[in-house]
Write a protein that binds this ligand. Structure first.
Ligand SMILES: [Zn+2]
Length: 106
């Protein structure tokens, strides 16, 4: 059903459009490396922004091999929390698209 793919793309596009407070990829990289000066503000934004969480998750895939052992613990609980939230967000999106699509079939 081609409409379903289009609906999902529209959802993702909406969900992942940068908002005013969004960090750039460069800022996310610095946040991840603990080089971002205003880290508390970035934390608060990232915690409620699926777009930044997605960018960060993708960024982490590149960086995971390069993480220093001493930082790994602190980083891992933050990112585990972010990943959990992002997974929940994905489930909600999928359910929303799925239920709309199911109505058409029934
Ligand atoms: Zn953001």
């Amino acid at each position: 059903m081609p409409d379903r793919g289009a609906a999902e793309r529209a959802l993702w596009k909406g969900a992942l459009s940068p908002t005013e407070g969004c960090l750039t990829l460069e800022e996310l990289e610095r946040w991840s490396d603990r080089r971002l000066p205003d880290r508390a503000k970035a934390n608060a934004h990232i915690a409620r922004c699926p777009r930044c969480q997605t960018e960060l998750a993708m960024l982490r895939e590149f960086q995971s091999a390069a993480t220093h052992p001493a930082e790994a613990d602190a980083v891992s609980w933050i990112t585990a929390d972010l990943e959990r939230r992002f997974a929940e967000h994905c489930v909600r999106l999928t359910l929303a698209v799925g239920s709309a699509s199911d109505r058409n079939h029934r």
